[in-house]
Design a protein around this ligand. Structure first.
Ligand SMILES: *Cc1c(COP(=O)(O)O)cnc(C)c1O
Length: 427
């Protein structure tokens, strides 16, 4: 697989190089310039792991052997992605059955496998900041992986107690730092780390952020898994609605279409952070200040995967009509959670945004699938407030809620962070 830096086309790398590097020169995203065509009918009759191995072999198989890729997929995709019927023409693709109860487990776990191959036994330190879900997915994906040390910074007291317990209770190769500050300060500290070349080299520091190509390619696979669960007669009528923040998930769906999956339309659903819906109407890219919403994992005003969507359009493998962009406000999000509950389906604000956008878009005869990106219990407080009824915690959350958090408090100070990182060298 050859990938090109979207900003600096002269910079071309292989899959494993892109995994190692993350971003290219001038912060450019790596992306392929052509796509294989796949035999869709035969793929749709396979199991999730078998099919995903074939898809990822077709994409990256020149650099890794078929058995390597099958093993990576089998190690990463250890949980199902069921399509659960809500009404006769609408289903939810539940992507939250992994260890941290959010769809980020798919990308995070495959990235961990890919990075292990890319590092080829060389020790590496992953430093990342989280405002919630990503930290947990990255921590669990790399937990107990030989040669990998993970350091996660989070704003002390500013993420939900359950989100915090999901990654601060692991210990071993997962070090967690509770920073006295907000998320922006955590991100600024991580940036300072990456600007400190000597430190980066000394500890072989890598970032496991959301623009890594390995995450995106892994996410392509569950669109095929969704389609495989749709009755054959309806497969040419499928519309997906994706709750979008950084637009990685939407990009993965568009890649699935480029590979030949017969997706009729993709609905990009945003909350009040509606840069893309406004851009789609007016042609003007004008991010505003981020606003806080109920679907907080989608509170992104400048989605950093968007250049990849533009690249797919420029390549001619998708067209403008394949995308509909819909904004769903807070009132409608609340209504969505309630309507789903009245139909016997317990959901949460992110999926509800996608559900409402889907309902606005769906035409008679079409089959709509909205993506369930997180388990409702991860947003227990919001869901209980909206529905007025208590919801139960699944075992994983109940178990870690009872454990001791192991994070170390630090001030938002680069020198203190550096000392903490250098301590890792001694272990
Ligand atoms: C990260 C996240 C999203 C947004 O996904 P993108 O790929 O960034 O668009 C939606 N829902 C949940 C629960 C998330 O954690």
């Amino acid at each position: 697989m050859q990938l090109t830096n979207i900003k600096v086309p002269a910079e071309q790398v292989s899959f494993l190089q892109a995994v190692r590097q993350g971003l290219g020169q001038q912060q450019g995203l790596f992306f392929p310039t052509s796509w294989p065509k796949l035999d869709i009918d035969s793929l749709l009759s396979m199991s999730l792991v078998e099919r995903s191995s074939v898809i990822l072999q077709a994409l990256i198989g020149d650099e890794l052997s078929a058995s390597d890729i099958s093993n990576m997929v089998a190690n990463a995709f250890t949980f199902p992605a069921p399509l659960v019927e809500v009404t006769a023409d609408v289903g939810c693709l539940e992507l939250f059955h992994g260890p941290t109860l959010a769809f980020k487990d798919f990308g995070g776990r495959f990235m961990a496998q890919a990075l292990a191959k890319a590092q080829a036994g060389k020790k590496t330190t992953i430093v990342t900041a989280t405002s919630g879900d990503t930290g947990a997915a990255v921590a669990h994906a790399f937990y107990q992986q030989a040669g990998v040390q993970v350091v996660i910074l989070f704003p002390k007291g500013k993420i939900s107690p359950l989100q915090e317990k999901l990654f601060t209770t692991l210990g071993e190769n997962i070090k967690t730092l509770a920073v006295a500050g907000d998320f922006d300060q955590c991100q600024a500290l991580v940036k300072q780390v990456f600007d400190h070349k000597a430190l980066v080299d000394k500890l072989s520091i890598n970032s496991a952020n959301s623009i890594n190509i390995s995450r995106l390619l892994a996410q392509v696979c569950y669109y095929f898994e969704a389609m495989a669960q749709v009755p054959a007669a309806q497969r040419d009528q499928v519309v997906f609605a994706v709750p979008s923040g950084n637009f990685g998930n939407l990009t993965a769906g568009l890649i699935a279409k480029a590979l030949g999956l017969p997706i009729k339309r993709m609905v990009a659903a945003t909350n009040a952070n509606d840069t893309v819906p406004r851009y789609w109407r007016s042609g003007e890219w004008q991010p505003k200040t981020t606003v806080a919403t109920l679907s907080n994992a989608m509170d992104v005003a400048a989605p950093n995967n968007w250049p990849r969507v533009e690249a797919l359009l420029a390549q001619g493998v998708i067209s403008r009509d394949d995308i509909e962009a819909v904004m769903v406000d807070e009132d409608d999000t609340v209504i969505g959670v309630r309507q789903l509950s009245q139909q016997g389906y317990l959901s949460e604000p992110h999926a509800a945004v996608a559900y409402k956008a889907l309902k606005r878009s769906l035409l008679p005869g079409e089959y709509g699938i909205f993506l369930g990106t997180a388990h409702p219990a991860k947003f227990k407080e919001q869901v209980e407030n909206i529905l007025g009824t208590p919801i139960a915690l699944p075992d994983v959350l109940a178990r870690c809620a009872a454990e001791q958090g192991l994070s170390i408090d630090i001030p938002a100070d680069f020198n203190v962070l550096q000392q903490e990182l250098l301590k890792l060298e001694q272990v």
